[in-house]
Design a protein around this ligand. Structure first.
Ligand SMILES: [Zn+2]
Length: 272
């Protein structure tokens, strides 16, 4: 039976992996609980929150993609950067989310039906701004605009834990190839600017794959942007669902970089 996996990372922070494998993060201060991302909106997320005795958390969305904003309709207070308000309506259609679930869940486990998903949240998002701070009681979250993967992508700094939640904004498989993403040059400017937060955190959290990592991934992706712009990257062919793109650094069969570095970028040749 499909379920979410609940993994406590420390006394304030819990990772919730939804049935499609994407991670959401629950931060609990003395006064407020904040859920960062809502997965694809499969009902197992509600069960996980019930198991954790959390009701009506404030929700912050890292961006508007189907696998992050999918459960938004279940919550009253949902923050999303304005630049993703249009995108979220398209990406969180039931069709897109069920398509993603069919892609991510092994066929023999695909026991879900359309009513296992949250409805599409029609509108009513609250504006999530760069520099906005949420106080949870003994714990705070600062939202930081890191456009690239989508124009409204946000990272979340938890200074008390020295953690930065990167989401999909910068990782070992950073998708920049679709029409909502920045060009590689635009993303490069974003990353250089994002470096100013370096001193405030040691650990980074990702939404896909192994959850914890180091900020080396940021240095790696800055270097890869430089190589892509100069056309000196490995430019390996890459396919995802029905899309074709290029992967900046060559990887082995386990998708680890051949040179041992961590970051990687998937981009389109005509969006450099
Ligand atoms: Zn995404």
């Amino acid at each position: 039976m499909l379920s979410c996996q609940i993994i406590p990372l420390n006394q304030y922070l819990t990772q919730i992996i939804d049935p499609t494998g994407v991670s959401c993060f629950l931060l609990q201060g003395s006064q407020e609980s904040v859920l960062i991302d809502t997965g694809t909106g499969m009902r197992q997320l509600l069960q996980a929150l019930e198991d954790l005795s959390v009701s009506s958390p404030l929700v912050l969305l890292s961006h508007g993609h189907a696998d992050h904003a999918g459960g938004a309709a279940w919550f009253d207070q949902v923050y999303l950067n304005r630049l993703d308000w249009q995108l979220v309506q398209k990406h969180c259609s039931l069709d897109m989310r069920m398509g993603y679930a069919r892609f991510a869940i092994p066929p023999e486990e695909q026991t879900f039906a359309s009513d296992d998903f949250a409805p599409l949240k029609p509108d009513g998002y609250k504006s999530l701004e760069s520099g906005q701070i949420f106080n949870l009681g003994g714990l705070s979250i600062e939202a930081i605009h890191v456009p690239g993967h989508t124009q409204g992508s946000m990272c979340f700094l938890v200074p008390e834990l020295r953690i930065m939640i990167y989401g999909d904004a910068c990782n070992s498989n950073t998708f920049l190839f679709d029409e909502n993403a920045s060009t590689v040059s635009g993303y490069y400017e974003t990353l250089l600017d994002f470096k100013k937060y370096d001193e405030f955190y040691d650990t980074v959290l990702f939404s896909h794959g192994p959850v914890t990592g180091s900020k080396q991934v940021l240095e790696d992706n800055i270097e890869l942007c430089e190589k892509i712009i100069k056309r000196t990257d490995d430019a390996m062919p890459f396919a995802f669902m029905d899309k074709q793109a290029l992967r900046a650094a060559a990887v082995d069969e386990n998708l680890n970089r051949l040179d041992g570095r961590i970051g990687n970028i998937i981009y389109s040749e005509n969006r450099i």
